[in-house]
Design a protein around this ligand. Structure first.
Ligand code: AQP
Length: 329
């Protein structure tokens, strides 16, 4: 089987964007691949975290992966920080990455603008750590939202550069970007992507929001002064809601336009809210069960950390040898 790798940062409760852009597709691709999913806690440190909240978010993220349908007995779901190879490979790869390349990363520019008081070196070298995550497991496929496309490209460039010098050390990974849901936008500012760290509660749907909040947030979603449910660049708010509705119900834009022909935005928003709440209900129930029962997750974390460590060490030793670091006796 080919290898699939992906992960998310533990920077807050996941949003519907994280779910439709990434997590839902992970579940769909699950059978076809040998899958590894990381709780990317080292990446999360690029933004200042409150330690106790951070630990809770990491655990909650792990439980959400499982609640969404990823079986930790079949998939390697582990904590990035528990496998030292990520940081070690990241250092070596940073010596094969040019400043000019990193300077072109749009996510760095966005995040630097957002966190102007803490533009740290980790934020800058974030794509190198991400390359290490992926290359460490010889991954073939990396399902991500469209915002991560550039990071996948730099990962491929670094791997190809390394392979050109040392032979076929790394598998060159492909990005998997879903056709629908790759970029879910904020409900309050539909020109901006929906983001975990958005402070405006009405802008994001969190996977753990209750049914009433979900419906209320959709009711308050910013749209336009028109009243026709139609997909188009001139209608970013409605188009975003259509995108969400389409992902959740499997209906095409055309079918949605027909369904709401002659009806107002109120009916449409309510339908989207209800469809999303229905989609998330089973996940939320499973999540509560998992969080209440401590030992199951603990044992899965332990077993999978060890598994990830085993794969990672294999690649890391090979890389160390290739670059000429002295082997351990
Ligand atoms: N709005 C989105 N639409 C579709 N996909 C999205 N992703 C993120 N936002 C959207 C995808 O979710 C995965 C996890 O992302 P991450 O945790 O690595 O961080 P991120 O991309 O920076 O996501 P956030 O939610 O915006 O987090 P913060 O606020 O902490 O920066 C990725 O596959 C991403 O593409």
């Amino acid at each position: 089987k080919k290898i699939l790798y992906s992960g998310m940062q533990a920077t807050g409760t996941l949003t519907l964007g994280n779910y439709l852009g990434a997590l839902k597709n992970w579940v769909d691709l699950n059978e076809e691949y040998e899958c590894l999913y990381g709780v990317m806690d080292l990446h999360s440190l690029t933004v200042r975290q409150v330690p106790a909240d951070f630990r809770k978010n990491a655990r909650s993220l792990y439980a959400l992966y499982v609640a969404a349908g990823l079986d930790p007995e079949k998939n390697c779901i582990y904590y990035q920080s528990h496998v030292s190879g990520h940081a070690e490979l990241s250092w070596i790869l940073s010596c094969f990455t040019y400043m000019g390349e990193l300077n072109r990363m749009t996510q760095f520019k966005d995040k630097a603008a957002k966190h102007a008081d803490n533009i740290n070196a980790g934020l800058y070298t974030y794509p190198v750590l991400m390359a290490a995550d992926i290359l460490l497991y010889q991954s073939d496929l990396v399902p991500v939202g469209v915002d991560q496309k550039q990071h996948l490209e730099i990962t491929r460039d670094i791997a190809q550069r390394f392979n050109a010098i040392y032979g076929d050390v790394f598998t060159i990974p492909e990005a998997y970007i879903p056709k629908a849901g790759a970029k879910i936008m904020s409900l309050q500012e539909p020109e901006k992507k929906m983001s975990k760290s958005d402070e405006n509660a009405n802008a994001t749907i969190r996977l753990l929001d209750d049914r009433d909040s979900i419906i209320r947030k959709f009711k308050r979603a910013v749209t336009d002064s028109d009243s026709v449910v139609r997909y188009g660049e001139d209608k970013p708010g409605i188009s975003n809601l259509m995108d969400i509705y389409s992902c959740v119900t499997g209906r095409s834009y055309k079918e949605i336009e027909k369904e709401f022909d002659g009806k107002g935005y109120g009916d449409f928003k309510l339908a989207v809210g209800e469809a999303v709440a229905d989609e998330l209900a089973p996940l939320q129930k499973r999540y509560e069960e998992l969080m209440a029962e401590k030992t199951y997750l603990d044992s899965m974390i332990k077993a999978n950390d060890e598994k990830a460590q085993y794969y990672a060490t294999k690649t890391l030793r090979k890389v160390q040898k290739k670059v000429g670091l002295t082997e351990r006796i």
